[in-house]
Design a binder for this molecule. Structure first.
Ligand code: COA
Length: 195
């Protein structure tokens, strides 16, 4: 993840959005993403921050301004200190709060998700593998590891590690150790193409 440049991440993000519609990246799709797709714009605002911070002298304040504007526009935030791999797919970028977590490639992140520390006394941030799906309203707290391909169910509260390819559901989340390819597969019915 560390070796991925922001531009490589943008490419991976675009490919992920295209794949969510069962398509490849085309000029028209990219145009639609950049101009009128809030989820992609939210993800791109994160990539802009990653680009800005590389600029000498003004980079850090510029990154903060972009972060601030993105918080205001979307009502969602990803901490500047977070590490976010390419292929991030956020179809509905509202009510999301991500602290200084480490996120692998191809995360599918839904609305009203909170990812962060458990309490002031227990610092420690979640770490995510690749291809993780975090469903609507889920809360993931503390120094936990979410394995590759794991699926976190809607409104779950996850306080413990989730093994790779397991499904975690409920409050507190319990683990169903089953493969879960269907949750991430296919086009998202709520993000039908506008063009
Ligand atoms: C977690 C999830 C992926 C599991 O889907 P699934 O593999 O098809 O699982 P099933 O529907 O077969 O449910 C298996 C069991 O888990 C329970 N369950 C499923 N999702 C649950 C959830 N979010 N919270 C609590 N229990 C849940 C079911 O009631 C069922 O229990 P039972 O065996 O006692 O009847 C899915 O339920 C989910 O939460 N999806 C979120 C999608 C989302 O956020 N959509 C928003 C789109 S905008």
């Amino acid at each position: 993840m560390a070796s991925e440049t922001p531009l490589q991440k943008v490419k991976a993000d675009l490919e992920r959005y295209a794949a969510s519609e069962g398509k490849g990246v085309s000029f028209l799709l990219a145009l639609r993403m950049f101009l009128v797709t809030p989820g992609f714009q939210f993800v791109f605002s994160r990539r802009l921050q990653e680009m800005a911070v590389r600029i000498p002298v003004i980079g850090r304040p510029l990154r903060r301004v972009i972060w601030w504007a993105s918080c205001l526009v979307f009502g969602s935030e990803i901490a500047m200190a977070a590490e976010v791999g390419g292929g991030l797919y956020v179809p509905h970028p509202y009510g999301i709060v991500v602290g200084s977590a480490r996120i692998g490639h191809n995360m599918h992140l839904l609305q009203n998700v909170t990812i962060g520390r458990k309490s002031r006394e227990e610092p420690g941030d979640p770490v995510f593998g690749d291809d993780v799906t975090v469903s609507a309203g889920a809360v993931l707290l503390g120094s936990i590891t979410i394995g590759d391909g794991a699926v976190i169910g809607a409104n779950s509260v996850v306080l413990k590690d989730v093994p790779a390819h397991a499904i975690a559901i409920g409050i507190p989340a319990r683990i169903i150790p089953a493969a879960a390819p269907k949750a991430a597969a296919g086009a998202d019915p709520l993000t039908a193409p506008a063009l």
